[in-house]
Design a protein around this ligand. Structure first.
Ligand code: NZQ
Ligand code: ZN
Length: 386
């Protein structure tokens, strides 16, 4: 196992009715900006619960953070933060609202020019200060509620870039599984697939004698495979919703990735498909992961065989046959959840593959646990998924 340092200071308030405890977490002296998305929180009662819990507080609101939050919209929110002298940001929504809020929190205290540099500068900008923020999560998927990462898109340049800093880890996150009840099928599927692939990025690499991390990862995968279809079938199954929600948080709060190699090539390539075609984040992952498994089958062989055996019970055949089966079962699971796994479904052709290949060549992008996935390997992975 590798050395590691791990600290996760995010306080989690998990369960039914926890939104009512918001006022215990926020000082009444602070000026709060509630940040939300396209309005789902008005329909499912989450907004009403938040407002009730914050009665008597000084609250301003900013809505309209879009899925795949944009720099352009976040900069409008930043104007409000400055104009109203906001002390605390409260993100109420899915991963996009949370990520947008993290960027706004960092941008509010950024003093070196255009905050876009936080995401794009060639020499990494270390974000050491940000406004404090809390979250009320309404979509289990990204793990953003318990990590310091954010992914922001820029419409004008068709880019989707990420940054990470402990400074933007939420002070607290409220996870009420009842918020899942109003999710459309597609977002449930997205959440399950995103969480599943987060685990795979930290698990499907090469063995470093870390059996506890492996078994924690496998536990999350098995739970998602069991609970995902249940919640898709019956949105009001509270236990399934709770297990789904906690699995998604555990998949990307840093814990299972400590002391082990990590991949993240599926995400790196997937972000380009969102940037060029607007495909939902999780849907890009369902396309790319099987390609990564196929093209990288030799370097990942030991872990793919372990995954096949422990997750899908695949024990028979040559290593290549077992790997083929493991890929097929993964694809079948994504498709059963209602998530397409081919580029052709979205009409994406070889010309997009060339655009991504060129962009990665220009950026000298190297992805994967061995930093071996360059623009050429990326082409092979995407060509495998046409
Ligand atoms: O905008 P509203 O009206 O709220 O509707 C949203 C949105 O249309 C809707 N929704 C959310 N909660 C709902 C609901 N509808 C009904 N009932 C509810 N309870 O769902 C739609 C999608 O929301 P979004 O926040 O975009 O989805 P998700 O949570 O999947 O977030 C995706 C974003 O997170 C980034 C992705 O790249 C993408 O931009 N990621 C962030 C990560 C992180 N911070 O660690 C890691 C991930 O790998 C990912 O990259
Ligand atoms: Zn993801």
């Amino acid at each position: 196992m590798y050395n590691f340092e791990y600290k996760n200071p995010v306080k989690i308030l998990f369960g039914k009715g926890q939104i009512s405890k918001l006022n215990n977490e926020i000082s009444p002296d602070w000026k709060i900006l509630i940040i939300y998305g396209g309005g789902s929180i008005f329909k499912n009662g989450v907004y009403a619960q938040v407002k009730k819990a914050l009665e008597g507080y000084q609250v301003t609101e900013f809505g309209g953070i879009e899925p795949n939050p944009t720099y352009e919209t976040c900069m409008k929110a930043l104007d409000v933060v400055k104009k109203e002298n906001i002390d605390f940001l409260l993100a109420v929504g899915g991963g996009s609202v949370l990520d947008g809020t993290k960027f706004i929190a960092a941008a509010a205290l950024y003093e070196n020019g255009d905050p876009w540099q936080i995401l794009s500068a060639e020499e990494e900008v270390r974000v050491t200060r940000a406004l404090p923020m809390g979250t009320v999560l309404t979509l289990p998927a990204t793990g953003s509620e318990m990590n310091g990462n954010a992914v922001i898109s820029r419409t004008s340049t068709q880019e989707k870039l990420s940054f990470g800093s402990p400074a933007v880890m939420p002070v607290f996150s409220i996870l009420d599984p009842e918020t899942v009840y109003s999710l459309p099928d597609r977002q449930v599927a997205n959440g399950v697939v995103d969480a599943f692939v987060h685990v795979m990025e930290q698990y499907l690499t090469f063995p470093v004698n870390a059996p506890l991390q492996d078994r924690m990862a496998e536990g999350i995968l098995l739970t998602l495979i069991e609970e995902g279809p249940k919640i898709l079938k019956n949105r009001k199954d509270y236990n399934a919703a709770a297990n789904f929600m906690w699995s998604a948080t555990m998949a990307l709060n840093g814990l299972i990735g400590q002391g082990v190699p990590q991949d993240w090539a599926t995400h790196g390539i997937g972000h380009e498909l969102t940037a060029f075609h607007g495909i939902d984040h999780a849907r890009t992952l369902a396309i790319v992961l099987p390609g990564v498994m196929n093209v990288r089958r030799k370097v990942k062989e030991k872990k793919i065989l372990q995954y096949g055996e422990r997750i899908w019970g695949i024990c028979e055949g040559t290593p290549d046959e077992r790997i083929d089966k493991a890929i097929a079962r993964t694809v079948e699971f994504f498709e059963t959840m209602g998530t397409p796994t081919r580029l052709s479904y979205y009409g994406v052709t070889d010309s997009t593959i060339s655009k991504i290949e060129n962009r990665f060549a220009l950026r000298n992008t190297l992805l994967g646990e061995q930093n071996e996935i360059d623009h050429r390997v990326t082409r092979a992975i995407l060509a495998d998924r046409l």
